[in-house]
Structures are given as C-alpha cells and as structure tokens.
Design a protein around this ligand. Sequence first.
Ligand SMILES: *Cc1c(COP(=O)(O)O)cnc(C)c1O
Length: 369
Amino acid sequence: MNHPHPLLDLPPLTADRFAAIERRVAALLATEQDVVITQGEALLPLEGCIRGGARPGSTALNIVTGPYGQTFGDWLRDCGASVIDLEVPFHTAVTAKDVEQALAAHPETDFVSLVHAEAATGNTNPVAEIGEVVRAHGALFHLDAVASVGAEPLLPDAWGVDLCVIGAQKALGGPAGVSAVSVSGRAWERFAANPKAPRRSYLSLLDWKERWIDTGRRALPHAPAQLEMLALEACLERVDAEGGLPVLTARHASAKAAARAGAAALGGGLEPYVYEAADAAPVATTLRTTGGVDAAELVAKALAVDPSVPLAAGGGALAREMVRVNHYGPAATPEAVRASLTALGAALTDLGRTADVDAALVAATGAWA
Ligand SMILES: *Cc1c(COP(=O)(O)O)cnc(C)c1O
C-alpha cells in the first residue's frame, strides 16, 4: 500500500534546479562571488571555512561578541593557528577601531573571523567599517551572517567579506538544514594553498568547487537534500513576494525598535541587555532581568501564560539574567512583540513586580515604524 504524502516520494532535485536556487542566493547577497550551498545546518560551512582558511603558521584574529565567536576560536586553535581573541562585553559591539588596534598589534594576522549579529546575545557589529580595516590590512575576512541575513543589510562584496556564511532559519523563516557561503577568489586561493584544508571530505568547499562549479554545474556530486532545497527555494520566493529584502529588514528593524521601547516602558526591572540601540541586532532583542528575577523562571512563566510568544532564556550562564525576544522571521510582527510584552508583564506581576503592560503596548506600537 502506498500512502501519498506531500513530503515523501519526491523526484530527485535536478542540477538545473539546484543551480537556479544557488543563483537566487547569490542575488539575495548581491554577490558576484561563487556561492556554495551546503547540505547541512550553518555550522557545516562555518567549520569548512575555518578549516580551509586557517592552518599551522596562520595567525587568526577571532572577534568574540557572543558564544559563536567562542566556538570559532576553538576550531581555529584546533587547526593549529595562533589565535588572538578580541573579546568585547556581550552588551556592546566591537568597533572598527578595536579591530584596527588588534591588527596593528599583530601585523602577522592573515585571517579575521567575525560574527555579524548574534541572536544569542542580541548584538550586531559594524561589518562595513570593520571590512575596510581588514581589507587595508590584507587578511582574509570570514563572516558568520546567519543571524543577520534578512534582518539587516548584508553586502559581502561591498564590505570586502571573503567568506560570508548564511542560513535560512532565522530572519528568512526558512529551513535549518541547508546553508550557503559566498567565496571570494582570494579565499579559493587560500584554501588551495592550504595543505590542511579539508579534501575528500564533507567539510571540503574545494571538493565542491572542483566537482560542481569548475565542471559547469552539470552534475551534482551527490543527491541533494531535496526537502531542504525546496524549502529554501520557497523561502526565497516568499521574500520576493513580500516585496524583497528591504521590506523584510524593515520589519525586523521595527520589531527591534518596538521590543526595546516596549521593554523600557514595561518596567519591572527589565531593561535592554544591549545598551546602545545601534549595537542591538534587529534579529532578536535581549533583555536583562534585575533585582533578583531569574530570567529562566520569568520566561517559563511567560510561556505558561502564552505558549505562542517567541521568548527564550539566554543560553548557559546567561539563563539567569537574559530574556531573548526572538522576533525574527514570522515573529517579526507587531502582534508577536506585543504578545511577548504582555506575557512578560503577566509573569513579572506573578513574581511580585510592578509592570505596566498598557504603557509597554503604547510604547511598542508607537515605536513600530
Ligand atoms: C543561529 C545562529 C547560527 C546557527 O546555529 P544554530 O545553533 O543552528 O542555531 C550560527 N551563527 C549565529 C550567529 C547564529 O545566530
């Protein structure tokens, strides 16, 4: 017996269709560089980029503005690179000046790794300015743009990014199981010159270049993850249907403004975790609990009031003091932000705090541009 099912018994995804999706991703990134779609969650190309770009004898500047930067530092060390960690407090962003000083102190640096926006900490970094500094220095520039793509402007070519990694699972509201990276000519040269770069490996971007790009994109090296590819295609079509990237990024900018203004008016000891609005990521707003309120407990109570709200406590040690309003993708709406504030207000009241939900909703609505 054969039970038809929309997700099952799919025909194989053709090479032409795969190449067309790749071109759509390149258009999304406004890039002329090669785009490689990787058959896995974004950690796959991120690891592939770092293992391809760093090697024993490399000096890597690893900018840490949240937990992802910490992970990349571990990979870089694992590759045998000398790693300079430039750490900035999670409530702020790194500046181009910080990067310039670090590069001046370590002129041998040949690889710079940066996370554009961190959903886990709620900050965003000025990539355009940092890119200028990195380009002037000459190091290869690697960027994790998983949490920024779709939520804020992202222009890898204009900003001098050599390796720009994206995933669809945040602001684009797409699948988590495929990801992509734009690769500059300089980055390909670096990989090719690195005897330690992954080869004959799922992590190898070079294998993909040789077997797919250099052979004219005629035959796929292996069966593509067709469900994820179709979901990625649908997600890119939906971005266009909404009016394109500017409409999507404007929706996220409004969600950030509304969440920050609403939280400030709510009171109850909640305050924006990232001090300066300019340093706060449009993908998610992080809030700090004060006065002994446990963030994980607050979030659990808020979710008990309204299980539909996009709230989460911070990861690891941050769970005590950080609330994340994950207003990305389908949750970048006035309704989702308002519901989040309402649920947080109810939870704060339950914990004996004074919270002004009415004022929060007025402030959030007023701030939604
Ligand atoms: C979400 C995210 C990723 C992807 O990681 P997941 O653990 O799958 O969520 C990578 N980098 C950044 C900066 C992210 O915010």
